[in-house]
Design a protein around this ligand. Structure first.
Ligand SMILES: CC(C)(COP(=O)(O)OP(=O)(O)OC[C@H]1O[C@@H](n2cnc3c(N)ncnc32)[C@H](O)[C@@H]1OP(=O)(O)O)[C@@H](O)C(=O)NCCC(=O)NCCS
Length: 183
């Protein structure tokens, strides 16, 4: 792991959260994380119960190729969050999804993962990230809003289809949201 992979100090005691690209070697840890989700978090992530054979999905998501990228957050070596993108038919767009282990939520980890995924997407020439977020998922809606990036939204049944434009820099007033994970 490089210094670039670790979040900067926060002012608190040393922060054991590191963020790095996931690969095939991380499949067992990602499967374990998804399998540990409670019913509600699983529903928010998958809009249904997680797929029965989650390892097939995870193998695809962690494949490092033109169509996929996955980023993991680690606390003392344990995987506590995953953000991934899957390129869509328009190669300039990709769908994004996040999950943070329940006992690590609301500490800035999802925001840090999304920030890193935005950088990865830009590096790959992706100009728009698409997220399907359930209307009730106020935390994820805030995490997206707090990037400060321009979004287009439309309601689709019980979810919001959000297109996040990566072309511009975050608005200056969004600075407070590029926070360092607090654990
Ligand atoms: C949605 C999800 C990924 C967000 O991850 P998270 O780590 O909980 O989100 P963050 O902590 O970055 O941000 C959420 C809140 O924490 C606050 N926060 C951000 N950085 C913080 C920090 N360093 N310390 C304390 N709180 C912080 C944010 O302000 C926000 O609070 P607010 O609701 O008052 O605005 C996570 O809650 C999750 O896994 N949910 C279940 C699955 C899911 O919904 N996935 C999304 C499907 S697309």
């Amino acid at each position: 792991m490089t210094a670039e992979d670790s979040p900067p100090p926060h002012g608190d005691p040393p922060i054991p959260v590191a963020i790095r690209v996931l690969t095939a070697a991380d499949v067992p840890a990602v499967v374990a994380l998804y399998e540990s989700l409670d019913a509600h978090d699983g529903y928010l992530r998958f809009f249904a119960a997680p797929p029965r054979d989650i390892s097939i999905l995870v193998s695809k998501l962690t494949t490092v190729d033109r169509g996929h990228a996955a980023i993991g957050a680690f606390d003392s070596g344990q995987l506590i969050g995953v953000a991934n993108l899957v390129r869509l038919d328009d190669p300039g767009t990709a769908e994004v999804a996040l999950v943070v282990r329940h006992d690590h939520q609301l500490h800035g980890i999802g925001s840090a993962l999304l920030a890193r995924l935005v950088k990865t997407a830009r590096d790959r020439g992706i100009h728009t990230l698409v997220a399907e977020v359930l209307l009730e998922n106020s935390t994820m809606l805030k995490v997206i809003a707090e990037t400060g990036l321009r979004t287009r939204r439309r309601r689709e049944g019980s979810a919001t289809h959000i297109e996040i434009e990566l072309g511009g820099e975050p608005e200056p007033e969004a600075h407070g949201h590029n926070r360092t994970p607090s654990r």
